[in-house]
Write a protein that binds this ligand. Structure first.
Ligand code: PLP
Length: 403
């Protein structure tokens, strides 16, 4: 068992009180808090090695470049990619998906081609494809959900035809906290020679994600959901696809030579990293992955799954509790009677409990469920059984006020 008390001490922000109550932070699906080692890594980078990467011959630039590329290698190893040049640093999941939609769209998609997504996607895995729909006239095909909110795999199978060019699907739903059979989704797509982008924003912090085992063609995630700073993320892509794709942004670093008549592009991964990258963010992401590795992602998964199981048991003891879907990961969405999620969120906040309410950037799913939104509690390695007891007690107290 991980020593949660000691792990928690690594997160300075968790020591504070809000509204006179100890902070219970259960909004980890939105963003995680940062351990001291990550905060220190940012400060240390700016204090000791700050210089623009790749372009300088001087000492600081070489040190910064070394650490930036070490961070890329840490990401490669963390997700078990074959090559570190398959790791592209982005601002986060959103930018990763937009990069793919634009670059893959420019290179490989034409009017009438189809992209498959699902009903439970985050807006960042819907809108980039809609923009492409407007720009070049692709069609979106949507995987429906079954009664129990699981992906309808029979319907998924039936969506493929010779116009299907890409599947882009979430690994774990940020609303339902359920894990999709992503390996099966990829196998089915590959049997039609269709590549797959995995939105791993909600899986990478909580379970082992191995792009080689999954045989994922692309995978996007955000650093800030796995204890790293905001503004840094990753798009993984198989070398063969990335080599085929056009650059996303134009500018410095992504070129080999620029003439007014003709420009040639840099090799991977720099072709997709125009401009000065967030090298300090990347270095801090590397530190965050060291932190996760020091505990072990399997240990984290086990702890968070225990928390989820316990939370489900306890929440179900509350009268008029409605749990949405089949949560098996680290997020649980629920409603209590007619209490509006926003009221529940505000009142829990007064008890020092931070949860999230609303549509969670997944309006089509919320519409499908026919609800105004949900209350979502989501867990990280520093959460404990006591946090859940306090949450459940808080909800009971609020429910009594509405009786
Ligand atoms: N995809 C999923 C499933 C998410 O939960 C989120 C954020 O909550 C995103 C994508 C977007 O992540 P970001 O805002 O860090 O780019």
């Amino acid at each position: 068992m991980p020593d949660i008390l000691n792990i928690r001490k690594e997160f300075p922000i968790l020591e504070q009180q809000v509204h006179g109550k100890p902070l219970i932070y259960l909004d980890n699906a939105a963003t995680t808090q940062k351990p001291r080692c990550v905060i220190d890594a940012i400060s240390e980078a700016y204090t000791t090695i700050n210089a623009n990467v790749h372009r300088g011959v001087h000492y600081l630039s070489q040190k910064a470049t070394e650490q930036f590329e070490e961070a890329r290698e840490k990401v490669r190893s963390f997700i078990n990619a074959t090559h570190s040049h398959e790791i592209i640093f982005t601002r986060g999941t959103t930018e990763g998906i937009n990069l793919l939609a634009t670059s893959f769209g420019n290179t490989s998609l034409k009017k009438g081609d189809e992209v498959i997504i699902s009903t439970m996607e985050h807006h960042s895995n819907i809108v980039p494809w809609q923009l492409l729909q407007q720009r070049i006239g692709i069609n979106l095909r949507i995987v429906p959900l079954k009664e129990d909110t699981a992906l309808d795999m029979d319907a998924y199978r039936s969506l493929f035809n010779n116009r299907t060019k890409l599947v882009s699907i979430t690994h774990v739903s940020n609303v339902l906290g359920s894990t999709n059979p992503i390996k099966e989704c990829i196998e089915i797509a590959h049997s039609h020679s269709v590549p797959v982008l995995v939105d791993a924003a909600q899986s990478i912090p909580h379970i082992k994600v191995d792009v080689s085992v999954l045989d994922a063609d692309f995978l996007a995630f955000s650093g800030h959901k796995i204890y790293a700073p905001t503004g840094i993320g990753v798009l993984y892509g198989k070398e063969k696809w990335l080599n085929m794709m056009q650059p996303y942004h134009g500018g410095g670093e992504m070129i080999q030579s620029v003439r007014f008549e003709h420009t040639t592009f840099n090799e991977l991964p720099y072709k997709f990293e125009a401009g000065t990258p967030d090298y300090v963010g990347a270095i801090a992401l590397g530190k965050a992955l060291d932190f996760v590795n020091s505990i072990g992602i399997e240990t984290i998964a086990q702890h968070e799954q225990q928390l989820t199981k316990y939370a489900l048991q306890q929440l179900k003891t509350i009268e008029k509790m409605r749990i949405l879907g089949q949560p098996d990961s680290s997020a649980i969405s629920f409603l209590v009677g007619d209490i509006h999620p926003a009221d529940m969120g505000t009142l829990l906040d007064h008890l020092g409990i931070a949860i999230r309410t609303g549509h969670h950037c997944a309006q089509p799913l919320i519409d499908h469920l026919g609800i105004p939104g949900t209350v979502r509690a989501s867990f990280a390695i520093y959460n404990s059984i006591e946090d859940i007891d306090i949450l459940v007690e808080g909800i009971k107290r609020i429910a009594r006020m509405f009786e």
